[in-house]
Design a protein around this ligand. Structure first.
Ligand SMILES: [Zn+2]
Length: 527
């Protein structure tokens, strides 16, 4: 039974980032092992010992595998937010996650952790002369008393000093996750939200489109001085666009990022009292609201963006039926056109792209297989990175086509309208590290630096002179967690709590400290 302890001692030595944490994990596992061995020894019958041995061996192996998996994947101890990421990753994304990250190491971690358990099971199956070591004679009373004391003392220390490392932390993380989930459902899923107090609103006919991108980094966009033609169309439209050069995502994982940028919550106020979303704001402002998405609506549980989307009056998820979805984002365009053509005078259309999410080749059509060769800017040059960078750049180029098509479509309607586009976060594609994708603990500048641009119709600019006369806006330092203020600014909605200094479109905009990660200041952050 002490085999899992040996595994964590050896493997953990390489995977657990801090020495202190390493010894705490060892200590906690030692106490778990002591308790389980104690309970097993306590029983006199061979059968019971055998059953307990199997159960405890499984629990210890599972605990070790789970912990090592966490340390390997997230470089951090198990937590509610890690559970969030695992639970809310939908099946298709999970399969991509595993095909990208489920590598030899994770396979090895699981096999090694369960090695002794597997051997026990094999002995059981093949009915070998098994478990002889459990056939010792009845044990003395003194031994029993000592065993009980050992169990009690171990349990006490585990509870007192190693709570964060115990088996409970897993159930605790899941509990915490459920509480958060219910909170979101209660506040964000309904069309109306009583917490929204409107001071004034515009009643003019209007069409607004908010495009939420996926995994698209500014670092690979020609619009932001990338050295490849990844934005041939938007670059041509440049004069019609308001391009913001210094917007960051609050987080580098979809769920956590959108939770902040689409609702009132932010780093200073992660669980905003009386929280509401931009979809609910649009409802309150009298818009007919649409949520048109090329992302799967459900994970292993309902994901946060889906809950936010639920508040829209019309919802469409193109990727519902396709588990291994390679529905290209252009499939959204006819749906957006239909939404624009509906009767109502005031329409707000939220578009959720699959964007440039891994696996990249699934994100663009054949005609967009464009880039080849090695890009000199790639920091880690290997055959693998060359392929990934080319695939990612193709996907960015395809995304350029999709975003520009949506703008053209809106423009053709010739109404009082606007389009805003930003990405939930970016990917690091061998830009600063030997890594492809996005991940909390690998969070680097390319993952935080996102595109943010807006297009306004002539009518809109006439109605809102302040936008047209905006000066020096391009380099505003902005954290997209404040998007809800920019959003209500451009739909001319004033709600109780609205703060114009947090709108990137406002003349009274003020720079704020941009917090990321564990309250790190992005602007003083040296990687
Ligand atoms: Zn994302």
């Amino acid at each position: 039974m002490s085999f899992p302890l040996l595994v964590i001692a050896l493997v953990g030595f390489f995977l657990i980032p801090e020495t202190n944490l390493y010894f705490r994990e060892l200590g906690a596992l030692f106490l778990h092992t002591a308790i389980f061995v104690g309970i097993m020894l306590f029983f006199n019958t061979f059968k019971l010992r055998k059953v307990f041995l199997l159960i405890f061996q499984f629990l210890l192996s599972f605990l070790v595998a789970f912990k090592l998996f966490f340390y390997y994947t997230f470089e951090a101890k198990p937590s509610a937010s890690g559970v969030f990421v695992i639970f809310e990753t939908n099946a298709a994304e999970a399969s991509e996650f595993f095909s990208s990250y489920f590598d030899f190491t994770i396979g090895a971690i699981i096999s090694v952790s369960f090695l002794v358990f597997f051997i026990l099971i094999l002995q059981l199956v093949f009915k070998q002369k098994q478990f002889q070591f459990l056939r010792f004679k009845n044990i003395s009373l003194i031994f029993k008393v000592v065993t009980i004391l050992l169990i009690v003392a171990s349990a006490y220390f585990l509870r007192r000093s190693f709570r964060d490392q115990s088996l409970f932390i897993i159930s605790h993380s899941i509990q915490e996750y459920n509480i958060a989930k219910n909170y979101y459902k209660e506040h964000l899923a309904k069309q109306e939200n009583q917490s929204i107090k409107i001071n004034s609103k515009n009643e003019k006919p209007q069409v607004g489109i908010v495009i939420i991108g996926e995994s698209t980094s500014r670092w690979h966009m020609q619009l932001y001085n990338y050295n490849r033609e990844t934005n041939p169309i938007l670059s041509k439209m440049k004069d019609e666009l308001f391009i913001f050069n210094d917007v960051i995502a609050p987080e580098v994982m979809t769920i956590k990022s959108l939770e902040k940028s689409l609702t009132l919550s932010d780093h200073n106020n992660p669980k905003a009292e009386n929280n509401f979303s931009i979809v609910q704001l649009a409802n309150a402002a009298g818009f007919e609201t649409f949520w048109i998405s090329n992302q799967q609506p459900v994970g292993f549980t309902e994901s946060t963006p889906t809950i936010i989307a639920t508040a829209a009056k019309h919802k469409q998820f193109l990727a519902t039926d396709s588990y291994f979805y390679s529905i290209y984002d252009e499939a959204l365009i006819p749906e957006i056109r239909n939404a624009i053509k509906t009767e109502s005078k005031r329409k707000l259309i939220f578009v959720h792209l699959i964007g440039t999410h891994r696996l990249y080749p699934k994100r663009y059509t054949k005609e967009f297989d464009y880039f080849e060769g090695v890009n000199e800017r790639t920091k880690y040059k290997t055959a693998y990175s060359k392929a990934k960078v080319n695939e990612y750049d193709n996907a960015v180029r395809y995304n350029d086509f999709v975003v520009s098509e949506i703008i053209k479509l809106t423009k053709a309607e010739n109404e009082n309208s606007f389009v805003v586009y930003f990405s939930d976060h970016g990917d690091d594609v061998f830009d600063t590290q030997d890594f492809v994708g996005h991940h909390g603990h690998k969070g680097s500048k390319p993952m935080f630096d996102v595109p943010f641009l807006a297009w306004f119709s002539d009518d809109y600019l006439n109605n809102n002179k302040r936008i047209d006369t905006l000066n020096n806006y391009e380099n505003r330092k902005y954290n997209a967690e404040d998007f809800i203020y920019s959003f209500s600014d451009i739909i001319n909605l004033d709600f109780e709590g609205f703060d114009a200094t947090r709108s990137i479109f406002s003349s009274s905009f003020k720079e704020r400290k941009r917090l990321i990660k564990e309250r790190l200041d992005y602007d003083t952050w040296e990687e």
